[in-house]
Design a protein around this ligand. Structure first.
Ligand SMILES: [Zn+2]
Length: 289
C-alpha cells in the first residue's frame, strides 16, 4: 500500500502519449499581478513570467506539448522579446516538461538536487537540464527587478525553491502550495510531511496581507489562502495521528475518513484516501524530516 502514490505517478507518466488529445484544447491564460509580472496557467503546474526590459524570465514550463502555446503567450506579453532565463521550482514533469522545447539555448536555474535527480532520468532531454544550480539562495538582478530564489528544506521533494518577485510583492510557491486541495508529498523524491508543514508555517511568516501568492496548483491566492492550507494540514494530521495512536490500521483510518469538513480539498490526484495514507505514514518526530 505504501507504493500507491508512486504507482499512481508511474501510471500517470505511462499514460503520457494518451494525453496528447488532452492538450489540444488547453489554453495558456495569464493573470496580471503587476505591469510586468503574470501568472500563467494551462495544464500542469502554474507558471510565472517577469518582463524586465530586454530580460524575459519564466518560472516552470508545464508539458512539452504546450511549448508552442506557452511561447505564443510569452511573445504576446513581452512584445516579442525572446525568453532569456528559466527557473524550475522542482523536478516534476508537469513543471519541467517544456524545458527542452522552450529553453535549450538559455540559462535554466534550479536547486542542485533537481539537476542530480533529472540527470538520473535517462529519458529527460539533456538540453533541458538546469545549467545553473545553487544550494541555499540565489538572487537575480534584471534591469532593476530583483528575483530571489530560496531553497526550502525537504517537503514536496528535496529540491523545492520558492521564487520571490521583490518589487511586485509576489511569490511563486512551486508545489509548496496546492491551493484548496490536498497536497502531493513525494516521499520517493525526498519529500516530507513534517517538512511541508514546517515550510508552510515559515513562509506564512514571510508574507504580508498584500503579498500575491502563486500556487503550484490552483488559483492565485494570498496569506489567508496559505493559512487555510496550513490549518487543513495541521487539523487532518492530528486526526490521522489520533487514529494511529488509537491503534487503527491504515485501512481503518481510511474507512473512518476525515469527516465532512475537509471534503472540498479532495481531488482526482490526491484523494482523501491518499491524503490519509500520506498522513498515516508521516514521520512527525521533531528531529527527522
Ligand atoms: Zn510537484
Amino acid at each position: 500500500m505504501k507504493l500507491s502514490l508512486a504507482t499512481a505517478l508511474v501510471l500517470l507518466l505511462a499514460a503520457a502519449p494518451l494525453q496528447a488529445d488532452r492538450f489540444k484544447d488547453v489554453q495558456v491564460e495569464e493573470t496580471k499581478l503587476a505591469d510586468n509580472l503574470y501568472m500563467l496557467s494551462g495544464a500542469g503546474g502554474n507558471m510565472a513570467t517577469l518582463i524586465a526590459g530586454d530580460k524575459v524570465l519564466l518560472v516552470d514550463t508545464q508539458y512539452a506539448e504546450l511549448a508552442g502555446k506557452i511561447k505564443t503567450k510569452l511573445q504576446q506579453l513581452s512584445a516579442n522579446r525572446p525568453l532569456t532565463t528559466l527557473i524550475n521550482t522542482h523536478l516534476h514533469g508537469d513543471h519541467v516538461g517544456g524545458n527542452s522545447a522552450l529553453a535549450a539555448n538559455i540559462d535554466i536555474i534550479a536547486h542542485n538536487n533537481v539537476l542530480s535527480r533529472l540527470t538520473q532520468d535517462a529519458k529527460f532531454p539533456r538540453n533541458g537540464l538546469p545549467k545553473t544550480t545553487f544550494t541555499d539562495q540565489l538572487s537575480l538582478h534584471l534591469n532593476g527587478q530583483t528575483v530571489r530564489l530560496d531553497y526550502m528544506p525537504p517537503s514536496h521533494t528535496d529540491g523545492d525553491i520558492v521564487v520571490w518577485f521583490e518589487q511586485a510583492n509576489a511569490v511563486h510557491f512551486g508545489d509548496l502550495l496546492f491551493e484548496g486541495r490536498f497536497p502531493f508529498i513525494d516521499v520517493s523524491n525526498g519529500g516530507s510531511v513534517k517538512g511541508y508543514i514546517d515550510n508552510t508555517r515559515t513562509l506564512i511568516g514571510m508574507l504580508n496581507e498584500q503579498t500575491k501568492v502563486i500556487p503550484g496548483h490552483g488559483q492565485l491566492t494570498d496569506k489567508a489562502g496559505v493559512q487555510r492550507s496550513l490549518d487543513m494540514m495541521e487539523a487532518t494530521l492530528a486526526v490521522v495521528q489520533g487514529y494511529k495512536a488509537a491503534g487503527m490500521t491504515e485501512q481503518q483510518a481510511v474507512d473512518k475518513g476525515l469527516g465532512q469538513q475537509w471534503q472540498s480539498w479532495h481531488w482526482n490526484f490526491i484523494t482523501e484516501e491518499r491524503w490519509i495514507k500520506t498522513l498515516y505514514h508521516a514521520d512527525v518526530s521533531a528531529d527527522v524530516n
